[in-house]
Design a protein around this ligand. Structure first.
Ligand code: PLP
Length: 381
């Protein structure tokens, strides 16, 4: 038995995930946080900081940048300078700030659906145009359609917003794929913003994540990398993320874009993130194995049905499920009626899909699968 098997109730904690269905018998498998308590070193760090009793405006604590730098070297052989790091309260904040800072009014931001919905939203508060260039499915995997990308790029293209690894398709892009994209960006003088929030969640051990800036060192001066420990160590409610911007001029523009609208990182968020990167790597390795087991279980059960296709993923704890064969107009609503709360593919730009968050104890997942199987059986009657 793994400690990840322990079911901990999230009732009365204001959990966004669970409270959506408060008072209803619907198990939530939607928004991307995990039903696991944090690693013990994180819990201990938070308790120690709380005991101090003062929570004023806070700088990154001693050792914070070092912990991130060590992690990037160990995992990705990417050596960064501490000055390149800009602390942020969220990765979505980093996407929106990038749009404001680097994409003038009337210019174009390229995004690749199906994709996390904030990639569509980040520009809307500003005045840029979003250009959607769908990923293509090739050899059982989603990747960039470079012909379509080339067609979409023009003199007005300022930014490409990448999700790497990709939510919701779970793709870990190869070095060559990233380099091909950088080549195109170079031709058109386009800045790359690479959201790598899921980079430490590669569950397919044969895949390797490359930070875009590390894969394309010649173009790194034009790449903004966005990272966070929030998905991997289950700290989404604490709000600590960071941008890595090697080019000082771009960094200044990014910081100017944050001015007066982006709050500082809260003290507890810093402490938890420091403990995560520095002290909770063994917990992460156990988590990856547990998540891989859960995904295998989904493939063996739901994947064995003829009407749902659980597509292979390399990273994240989000299964991308093709429900086209069901022929329903509201697949999410259908499963909700049978006690299972999924994310609708529509949110990501692909309505015939649903996304299922499998970062929960196995018994919760088993119950969700059981209910989905019963739902499918009800269609046959
Ligand atoms: C690709 C991606 N970026 C950003 C976020 C959210 O980041 P944050 O909560 O730090 O704004 C998520 C959450 O699921 C995500 O999947």
């Amino acid at each position: 038995m793994s400690h990840f098997d322990t079911v901990v109730s999230r009732a009365d904690t204001g959990s966004l995930k669970w409270d959506l269905y408060r008072g209803k018998d619907i198990l939530p498998f939607w928004v991307a946080d995990m039903d696991f308590p944090v690693a013990q070193p994180i819990q201990a760090a938070l308790e120690a900081r709380v005991a101090h009793g003062m929570f004023g405006y806070t700088l990154a604590p001693e050792g914070m940048s070092e912990a991130v730098i060590n992690h990037l070297v160990a995992e990705y052989q990417w050596q960064i300078d501490p000055d390149w790091i800009v602390w942020l309260p969220g990765v979505v904040t980093g996407l929106a700030v990038s749009c404001r800072a680097f994409c003038p009014s009337g210019h174009e931001v390229v995004v690749n659906p199906p994709i996390y919905h904030h990639f569509f939203d980040s520009h809307e508060v500003a005045t840029q145009h979003v250009v959607r260039v769908p990923l293509k499915r090739e050899d059982n995997r989603w990747t960039y359609d470079m012909d379509a990308m080339r067609e979409a790029f023009n003199a007005n293209t300022s930014l490409v917003m990448m999700c790497s690894p990709h939510n919701p398709t779970g793709t870990v892009f190869t070095r060559e794929e990233l380099q091909a994209l950088a080549e195109l960006c170079k031709e058109y003088n386009v800045i790359m913003v690479s959201d790598e929030i899921h980079c430490d969640l590669v569950i397919d051990r044969s895949a390797k994540h490359y930070p875009a800036a590390a894969a394309c060192p010649d173009y790194a001066d034009n790449i903004i990398t966005l990272m966070s420990g929030s998905k991997t160590w289950n700290l989404a409610g604490l709000n600590c993320s960071f941008a890595i911007i090697p080019n000082a001029a771009l960094r200044d523009r990014f910081k100017a874009g944050m001015q007066s609208i982006v709050p500082g990182v809260p003290p507890l968020a810093y402490e938890a993130t420091l403990a995560a990167y520095r002290d909770a790597q063994p917990w992460r390795q156990e988590l990856l194995d547990y998540l891989a087991g859960n995904f295998q279980y989904l493939q063996d059960t739901l994947g064995a049905t003829t009407v749902l296709s659980v597509e292979p993923i390399q990273a994240t704890y989000l299964a991308w499920i093709d429900a086209t064969a069901l022929g329903l107009s509201d697949t999410k609503g259908f499963f909700e009626q049978h006690g299972v709360g999924l994310s609708s593919g529509e949110q990501f730009g692909q309505p015939q899909y649903v996304r299922m968050n499998f970062a929960c104890p196995r018994s919760t997942l088993e119950e969700g699968v059981r209910r989905m199987q019963l739902a499918l059986q009800s269609l046959k009657r």
